[in-house]
Design a protein around this ligand. Structure first.
Ligand SMILES: [Zn+2]
Length: 162
């Protein structure tokens, strides 16, 4: 007996399964190109949020998602090489480092206390393990968190970027 499928339940490559009629948030144009997010009336807020967060975590330009955001490890480029967005004017400075200090402190200090009260290792274990763990996490997370803060600044005050 042939089954009758509801639209969207098949395996067609043209159907993404989302309820939106906009192809830009489902298919090949998942990342907007050369357009301000605010000028895309066809995209829902949730899709835009997902996209700019993905773009920022990939350390790409918050507007086009193509140009690199940094030259070197943490220095923002003067302007996006693709769309010309002036990024260095809105460098987030030390803000992301402060956020990471609070977040990692909230996570690592209880972990150190749990390790101490559970296994009571020698003090040199704490002296070696926790600074290495925190330093490694900061080195790993500082760049995407700085990119995320710049993207948040861009979303809230796009006129400041020129
Ligand atoms: Zn750009």
């Amino acid at each position: 007996m042939a089954s009758r499928r509801q639209p969207g339940t098949g395996t067609s490559w043209t159907w993404c399964g989302c309820s939106s009629s906009s192809p830009s948030i489902c298919g090949a144009r998942a990342f907007p190109r050369n357009k301000l997010d605010e000028k895309r009336p066809d995209a829902g807020l949730a899709a835009l949020s997902r996209h700019w967060i993905v773009r920022s975590l990939a350390c790409r330009c918050p507007r086009c998602g193509i140009g690199a955001l940094f030259e070197g490890y943490l220095k923002p480029v003067a302007a996006c090489s693709h769309c010309g967005l002036e990024i260095a004017r809105n460098d987030s400075g030390d803000g992301p480092a402060v956020f990471l200090i609070f977040i990692l402190g909230f996570l690592v200090v209880p972990a150190a206390l749990i390790v101490e009260f559970t296994w009571s290792p020698p003090i040199w274990v704490h002296v070696v393990v926790w600074p290495l763990l925190v330093g490694g996490l900061i080195a790993l997370l500082l760049r995407p968190s700085k990119s995320l803060v710049i993207a948040i600044q861009y979303r809230n005050r796009p006129a400041d970027f020129g």
